[in-house]
Design a protein around this ligand. Structure first.
Ligand code: PMP
Ligand code: GLN
Length: 384
């Protein structure tokens, strides 16, 4: 009968994160591969989820999301960015940012439409574009500064461009797009009459010297921008899978039309808990980024002492390093061998590229881990 997997999904068999986490378990290695924290998020949020379960909020929530979470997301966008949304028509709760990305692309793209995005890209972008039968066009961000290349970005646009899929702060590079870079992207989106879909899941995990600029807050962009975020990263609850998308009512309704047939709804008792978390004080939010910045500094110093060249991240959970000095020739082979040889797991950046040459020896390490875990990883890397 041939392969049971449809042709357009060939090549998306198993994610790199699943593969590397399995290797970490097999070899008892320190897992700096998959990006998940090893400590819990705010106590108020955890208690609110338990309370919601005890109060019997265990059946289907409303399709668009529970009202208090819709309100909290709208209030968050207003409080941090001055973006005003009608919570009933301009916000949709999804099963993580992953579902928001898939539902948005499936809602907006006809087969053959083109999606412009940046390499390296988060793995679900390529898979979601493929699911929609759309075509990926990319512009490469290059190590070590990952600056936007305006000429290659322009070359990626055409009359078939339906949307630009942007991620800032950016996984895996840790880059935070500057206002000037966003202006280039936005002006191309306007020129080619394209939507901007912006994945801002690391919006609060930005370090001193950088600032997150949401595309929807830029002049004239709200009407063509769908903004995606998630509670997983900000509140250290990646397993809860509470995400959301916001933007013009008509576009949000289009995403809802697809989303309702993917999962209908999800994460019932976690939704009111995330509403509580979103309302926490500024000092709590500042604490998240400050503690993560200290972890970044710890890992960057350790990787440098192990002889790697490091691109210091401006945000996210991640830092990218060139492992050539450790003997890496091919990042994928290197990362497959590292757990057994050294007892540490990283993720090869090359798998997030159409052209793996752009990141031949680059490895992404996650620093959203307890300090002792980071110290142990550095000790193992330095010993080799
Ligand atoms: N976008 C990016 C850039 C991510 O890094 C991740 C997950 N790490 C997601 C989306 C998916 O988020 P969620 O877990 O909320 O589905
Ligand atoms: N987003 C996480 C990362 O980049 C992993 C999520 C997943 O395993 N799909 O590491």
């Amino acid at each position: 009968m041939g392969s049971p997997l449809v042709h357009r999904m060939a090549g998306y068999g198993s994610t790199i994160f699943a593969e590397m986490t399995a290797l970490a378990t097999e070899h008892g290695a320190v897992n700096l591969g998959q990006g998940f924290p090893d400590t819990d998020g705010p106590r108020e949020m955890l208690d609110a989820a338990k309370k919601a379960i005890d109060e019997g909020r265990n059946q289907y929530p409303p399709g668009p999301g529970v009202p208090e979470l819709l309100d909290a997301i709208a209030a968050h966008q207003s409080r941090f960015y001055g973006i005003e949304l009608d919570p009933r028509s301009q916000v949709l709760v999804t099963v993580g940012a992953t579902e928001a990305i898939a539902a948005t692309i499936l809602a907006l793209c006809e087969p053959g439409d083109e999606v412009v995005t940046f390499e390296p890209y988060y793995d679900s972008y390529a898979a979601s574009i493929a699911l929609a039968g759309a075509v990926r066009r990319t512009s490469v961000l290059r190590f070590p500064d990952f600056g936007l290349d305006a000429d290659s970005l322009r070359a990626a646009f055409s009359s078939k461009t339906r949307l630009v899929l942007l991620n800032t702060p950016h996984n895996p590079t840790g880059k935070v797009f500057s206002r000037a870079e966003l202006d280039v992207i936005c002006s191309l989106a306007r020129e080619f009459d394209a939507w901007v879909v912006t994945d801002e899941v690391y919006e609060h995990l930005v370090f001193a010297g950088s600032a997150h600029v949401p595309v929807a807050a830029l002049p004239g962009m709200a009407e063509r921008t769908l903004t995606i975020s998630s509670a997983g990263k900000t509140f250290s609850a990646t397993g809860w899978k509470v995400g959301w998308v916001s933007g013009p009512a008509e576009a949000v309704a289009a995403v809802r039309a697809v989303k309702q047939f993917l999962t209908f709804v999800g994460s019932g008792p976690f939704q009111p808990a995330v509403a509580v978390a979103l309302g926490l004080g500024d000092e709590t939010y500042a604490g998240f980024s400050a503690s993560l910045q200290a972890k970044r500094d710890l890992l960057v110093a350790g990787l440098r002492s192990a002889g790697l060249e490091v691109a210091v991240s401006q945000g996210t959970y991640f830092v990218v390093a060139d492992a050539a000095p450790l003997g890496a020739v091919d990042a994928l082979e290197f990362c497959r061998d590292l757990p057994r040889r050294v007892g540490v797991v990283g993720v090869p950046v090359s798998v997030f590229h159409d052209d793996p040459e752009a990141a031949r020896t680059l490895v992404r390490f996650a620093f959203c881990k307890r300090d002792e875990v980071l110290h142990e990883a550095v000790r193992r890397l330095t010993r080799h």
